[in-house]
Design a protein around this ligand. Structure first.
Ligand code: TXE
Length: 485
């Protein structure tokens, strides 16, 4: 199956200065459908020359039409883009499902999230302002929030639309011009997004998209002297390279690098309420989620019950092609499939409580993996410490609150955590002492709202996305002190 005829934009070109342009490399890369392993179209293999052209276009945009827009005008364009996206929910969901391999209903939720980010940042654009600061007699002091200038965005393949929404949306709202390098494994909705932005009147050069390989287009973007801020979501290893590269020009970086997020289930928890969250947070998008909950810590009094209930859910999980819209789709690539398989091999001596079921007739070339629930896993085991990025969860027993906290904080990561308990004092104590950028009490993820600041500590990265915090991150603060006597 090829896709080209279904698309309303050019999948094999770069989007630079408001136009579709052939990559200066003259080369393309295959886009593979993870559900079948087949190539569905070719995308541009952008290179350093394309990044250069994109940065030049962004520079011109800031001097020109985009830079002269008021905050309210920027907000109106983003709001219109959100509304435009809502007219394309089915097309965009299908594209994301084919490109990423995620079941249609999950892809659809991502489209709605993208529209919501545009609505949120469209509405926030003209509410971002500085402060006045009481100071010495004879002074008036105030702060101005100014855009960085040109922002670089390196986006992974697991949630292209959501990550573009939260990073590009906030950057544009704050008045920056953006250069986006989507992932080589999944970039079709990034290109579709750019075309929809063009259709609603985003001035040329305000957003440029250069698809291509990380080591080529990505590395060229982070090393470019014309970039003033880099926002990166991806692996710890690549994030470190990105930070080192940006440091050469002392450019600020936001890093979102995933995690090993725990859910802590206490004896007094409402287990029935917890159960869907315990499982879904591990298998959504086949576990390829930065905020996936891959560690379930359960107090011994309810341990057997929770494991039995989770095992029943796992036995009912059905795995198949994205367009069949089952519980779990394929992984993104053969490489990711191998990576997750190697983790499953490391777990050979562990107890397996249950596995999901791969449908009998899935295409041979698809990158499927059986969801697996390991139990009684020592907290020091690799499966309990490392990010797996597949539909694999480990259950770890604990005796008391102190032990639960030690296990929860016992990895290098700190992105998301949740506490399941009816004890208010315990909720408050743990919410303070857990090492995590977000803590949820008696839920997990709270629906992922655009309003909720998100980011990590330790190897989960630094800087905050979403909410107003992202807008602050995409601006630099200037202090003005006027002496008037
Ligand atoms: O990530 P990379 P990969 C984790 C997850 C996964 C592992 C590997 O554990 O198994 O990372 O995935 C671009 N300069 N996450 O290899 O390499 C690349 O083109 C600049 C967690 O896909 O980090 C892509 O656009 N850019 C995660 C993006 O970086 C470079 C999401 C991510 O790729 C580059 C994805 C370079 N030198 C993976 N090299 C999350 N936090 O959600 C690559 N890129």
């Amino acid at each position: 199956m090829t896709l080209e005829n279904d698309l309303w934009f050019n999948p094999n070109k770069c989007f630079i200065n408001g136009r579709w342009i052939q990559s200066q490399s003259g080369k393309t890369l295959p886009m593979v459908d993870p559900s079948t392993g087949e190539t569905i179209c070719e995308i541009a293999r952008g290179n350093a020359a394309d990044i250069d052209a994109a940065v030049n276009a962004a520079t011109d945009a800031l001097i020109g039409e985009w830079g002269q827009k008021t905050a309210a005008e920027r907000g109106r364009i983003l709001t219109a883009l959100g509304q435009k996206i809502l007219t394309k929910v089915d097309e965009l969901a299908r594209l994301e499902a084919l490109d990423v391999g995620k079941p249609l209903k999950q892809a659809r939720a991502d489209v709605l999230a993208l529209a919501r980010y545009m609505e949120f940042y469209g509405g926030a654009a003209d509410k971002l302002h500085g402060d006045t600061i009481p100071y010495l007699d004879g002074y008036t002091v105030y702060t101005l929030r100014e855009p960085h200038g040109i922002t670089g965005h390196i986006v992974p393949w697991n949630y292209p639309m959501q990550i573009i929404g939260r990073s590009v949306g906030a950057a544009l709202a704050a008045g920056n011009a953006a250069v986006l390098k989507p992932a080589e494994e999944a970039c079709l909705t990034a290109l579709a997004f750019a075309d929809l932005a063009r259709q609603v009147g985003l001035p040329e050069g305000a957003l440029n998209v250069v698809p291509g390989l990380g080591a080529e287009a990505g590395a060229a973007l982070t090393a470019h002297a014309g970039i003033h801020h880099v926002s990166f979501t991806g692996s710890v290893a690549t994030g470190s390279l990105v930070q080192a590269s940006a440091a050469r020009h002392t450019v600020p970086v936001t890093l979102e690098l995933g995690g090993k997020s725990p859910q802590l289930v206490f004896d007094d928890a409402d287990i029935d309420a917890a159960l869907p969250f315990l499982v879904n947070a591990g298998i959504q998008n086949a576990g390829q989620t930065c905020s996936a909950s891959s560690r379930i810590l359960v107090q011994r009094g309810v341990y057997d019950h929770v494991v039995n209930q989770m095992a029943k859910c796992y036995q009912n999980l059905r795995v198949g092609p994205a367009l069949n819209d089952l519980d779990v789709g394929p992984l993104i690539s053969a490489r990711q499939q191998q990576l997750v398989s190697s983790f499953l091999d490391q777990g050979q001596d562990l107890e397996v409580a249950a596995k999901g079921v791969i449908e009998k007739d899935v295409p041979n070339g698809g990158f499927y993996i059986q969801p697996t629930l390991f139990t009684n896993v020592p907290a020091t085991h690799a499966l309990a410490r490392d990010e797996i990025f597949g539909p694999v969860q480990v259950v770890i027993p604990f005796d008391d609150e102190a032990e639960a906290l030690a296990i929860a904080n016992g990895t290098d990561y700190g992105l998301v955590a949740s506490i399941w308990s009816r004890d208010g004092a315990r909720q408050m104590r743990l919410a303070r002492s857990i090492k995590s950028g977000q803590v949820f009490i008696n839920n997990y993820g709270a629906g992922g709202g655009a309003e909720l600041p998100f980011g990590g500590s330790g190897k989960s990265g630094h800087g905050r996305e979403k909410g107003f915090e992202a807008l602050y991150g995409f601006t630099k603060l200037k202090t003005v002190a006027a002496y008037h006597g």
